[in-house]
Design a protein around this ligand. Structure first.
Ligand code: IPE
Ligand code: IPE
Ligand code: MG
Ligand code: MG
Ligand code: MG
Length: 294
């Protein structure tokens, strides 16, 4: 199947499941929580992380339907990270996924709380997946908690705000990018491997692949912040410069950053060759992530 068609089909499956996992629940006195969470969760977004989870599981012979709830849990954590990332106390961005950011539409209080809800509900979702074993659920919860927490995204966001307005070197920037973005992308991939009960040696190669792709993804995000069109991008351009952030573009230039991402992609693809399955789907997705323009 061509990769564009795969993205369309898998995004639709993920969105249908997200819609089912978080219904409007209009009868509750706090239905604005679900309304605001749905505002961010169900409005655009490229769904790259859940697609990676489903595709990894498929690589090991598991159906998309069996992987979709795990994939949705990763997308919930990602969406929460975007909601909080846009807050005035963080990147202070007013547009996300082609619409006003959640705090612009619903206020800061609900934006904080909807983010908290999506984070906690991700774990509740994993705990309730009927066909996974207890061991698989523990492995998923542990992986997601670690990589979205102090060994991953949160740690990265802390280093990111501390670096604002400061000159940092490439090694420090690489660490920030690996933590704030790479870790969750890696989790999406490894999550698919856990759902499919991949062997330890296979998980190790998936992890290496995920780390390289995850870093390349954030490098391209830095490039896109200066080169994309706002309409396609769905967020305001120049956010990094406005916040005085060091990025791969400020350190290496646009072409240098793109070359670095391409090199990481090539490295990532070598890890896939170590996996004794047909990994062409993951290869094509990785290429699409790194060659994207928005
Ligand atoms: C944006 O991620 C934030 C980063 C970690 C770079 P995406 O570019 O995947 O955002 P959506 O999900 O498509 O909105
Ligand atoms: C995103 O980094 C990292 C997150 C954990 C959300 P950015 O701050 O560069 O993401 P965008 O550009 O706002 O989507
Ligand atoms: Mg940020
Ligand atoms: Mg941001
Ligand atoms: Mg960015």
């Amino acid at each position: 199947m061509d990769i564009e068609a795969y993205f369309v089909k898998t995004s639709a499956l993920v969105e249908k499941q997200l819609d089912a996992l978080i219904p409007e629940q209009k009868h509750t006195p706090y239905h604005s929580l679900f309304q605001s969470a749905r505002y961010s969760l169900l409005s655009g977004g490229k769904r790259l992380r859940p697609i990676l989870t489903v595709a990894t599981a498929e690589t090991f012979g598991i159906t998309p339907e069996e992987a979709v709830s795990t994939a949705c849990a990763v997308e919930m954590v990602h969406t929460y990270s975007l909601i909080h990332d846009d807050l005035p106390c963080m990147d202070d961005d007013d547009f996300r996924r082609g619409k006003p950011s959640l705090h612009k539409a619903y206020g800061e209080g609900l934006a904080v709380l909807a983010g908290d809800y999506l984070l906690t509900y991700a774990f509740e979702t994993i705990a309730h997946i009927p066909h996974l074993t207890a061991e698989q659920k523990i492995a998923l919860v542990s992986l997601l908690a670690k990589n979205s927490g102090c060994k991953g995204m949160i740690a990265g966001q802390v280093m990111d705000i501390q670096a604002e307005g400061k000159q940092i070197d490439l090694a420090a920037l690489k660490t920030i990018h690996q933590y704030k973005t790479g870790a969750l992308i890696n989790t999406a991939i490894l999550g698919g491997g856990i759902v499919a009960q991949a062997k330890a040696s296979e998980l190790q190669m998936l992890g290496e692949f995920g780390q390289a792709v995850g870093l390349a993804f954030q490098i391209i995000d830095d490039v896109i912040d200066v080169t994309s069109s706002e309409e396609k991008h769905g967020k305001k351009l120049g956010s990094d410069a406005a916040k005085n952030k060091t990025t791969y573009v400020t350190l290496m230039g646009i072409e240098g950053a793109k070359q670095e991402a391409t090199q990481l992609l090539n490295q990532a693809l070598t890890y896939l060759q170590e996996i004794p399955h047909d990994t062409s789907l993951l290869k094509n997705i990785a290429k699409r992530l790194v060659h994207r323009r928005f």
